[in-house]
Design a protein around this ligand. Structure first.
Ligand SMILES: Nc1ncnc2c1ncn2[C@@H]1O[C@H](COP(=O)(O)OP(=O)(O)O)[C@@H](O)[C@H]1O
Ligand SMILES: [Mg+2]
Length: 316
């Protein structure tokens, strides 16, 4: 198999490059787009890494004297919900910030669908099919829910700003198409009833769901969620967890989920990596992780996390 088969880097502006759920991937298929040429693709990667949607290898990150991440390896398989857990300061957000291009690693490689994108500018990451939500709410409170969700498509807009302002036919068609996509995802997440309300007026739980809608609207191949359930009530957490699972099942979205609620992680994730002081101390199924003495130690080592340790044991 040629290395190009795993390196389906998208030509810029390709709107829906992602296969819908249930489509069988043809490992022999080769898509060589113009952006693919010159990409750093190795042909001799081990199987798991070669087929991974996301493959992080040997990634380290230092801030002055602080080592936020040390030699992290992590693979995420197509359609997987991959949990990343660990005490505060373990390096979880830093890892997502690297994958979404906000931080440059001090060492190591990050690949999406086999293509090393360390040199891809952040503003072009959406074209690789990466979307994320942030740990703190990042909505435009004065805009409606629908307007916020349409913002998730801005990186894909083709017609120039002049065409938009003049209302040229191509720009109008694009506006209508984007609105239809936003309406579809708003309906999918059961937000149609509040679609025309200013996002800032909604409950915290609904606002987090709008964030998820905005991240999903461009149908990312890889969705990064940084503590999407923090601050939610138990009911809101269950609702959002169900929508995350449904997004994976319906759209085939591959998801990396950072979450503190161990019960949610255990119920939702296929595999879980555990970070502690910037190192990966365990990686496996929720069941394996919960039984790992290193993981239990890491959680017991943080006073306020003692309850979570109990939850680990109870949740499995
Ligand atoms: N921009 C930054 N500048 C300096 N230090 C940082 C920065 N971002 C993160 N860190 C440090 O890196 C470590 C990991 O932080 P973070 O990734 O936010 O952890 P987590 O998300 O697991 O709580 C912490 O020691 C934090 O202080
Ligand atoms: Mg964090």
């Amino acid at each position: 198999m040629s290395s190009a088969t795993t390196g389906a880097l998208l030509p810029a502006g390709d709107l829906y490059p992602f296969e819908p759920a249930g489509v069988t991937r043809d490992p022999g298929r080769s898509r060589s787009g113009p952006a693919e040429r010159g990409a750093d693709v190795e042909s001799a990667q081990p199987g798991a890494e070669r087929d991974a949607v996301l493959a992080i290898s040997g990634v380290s990150l230092r801030f002055g004297g602080v080592t936020a991440l040390a030699d992290i390896d992590l693979t995420v398989a197509p359609g997987e919900i991959r949990g990343v857990i660990g005490p505060n300061g373990a390096g979880k957000s830093s890892l997502l910030n690297i994958v979404s291009g906000l931080y440059r690693p001090s060492a190591g490689h990050v690949r999406i669908a086999g293509v090393d994108f360390t040199e891809v500018p952040t503003q072009r990451l959406a074209h690789l099919g990466v979307a994320r939500t942030f740990q703190n709410l990042a909505l435009f409170g004065g805009l409606t829910v629908l307007e916020n969700v349409v913002m998730g498509l801005t990186s894909t807009i083709r017609s120039g700003p002049l065409g938009q302002v003049l209302g040229l036919p191509a720009a109008r068609r694009e506006d209508a198409a984007n609105r239809a996509k936003a309406e579809a995802i708003v309906a999918f997440l059961h937000l149609s009833g509040v679609a025309h309300r200013p996002a800032g007026e909604l409950s915290y739980g609904l606002q987090k769901r709008v964030e998820l809608a905005r991240a999903l609207v461009a149908r990312p191949r890889l969705l990064l969620l940084d503590e999407p359930m923090a601050g939610m009530t138990a009911t809101e957490k269950q609702e959002l967890a169900a929508f995350v699972r449904e997004a994976r099942d319906t759209y085939g979205t591959t998801i990396v989920l950072i979450e503190h609620d161990i019960g949610v992680v255990m119920g939702l994730c296929d595999r879980v990596a555990v970070l502690d002081y910037g190192r990966k101390i365990a990686d496996g199924t929720p069941h394996d992780i919960a039984a790992d003495p290193l993981v239990i130690d890491a959680y017991l080592g943080v006073a306020h996390d003692a309850d979570e340790t109990l939850e680990i044991e109870e949740a499995v």
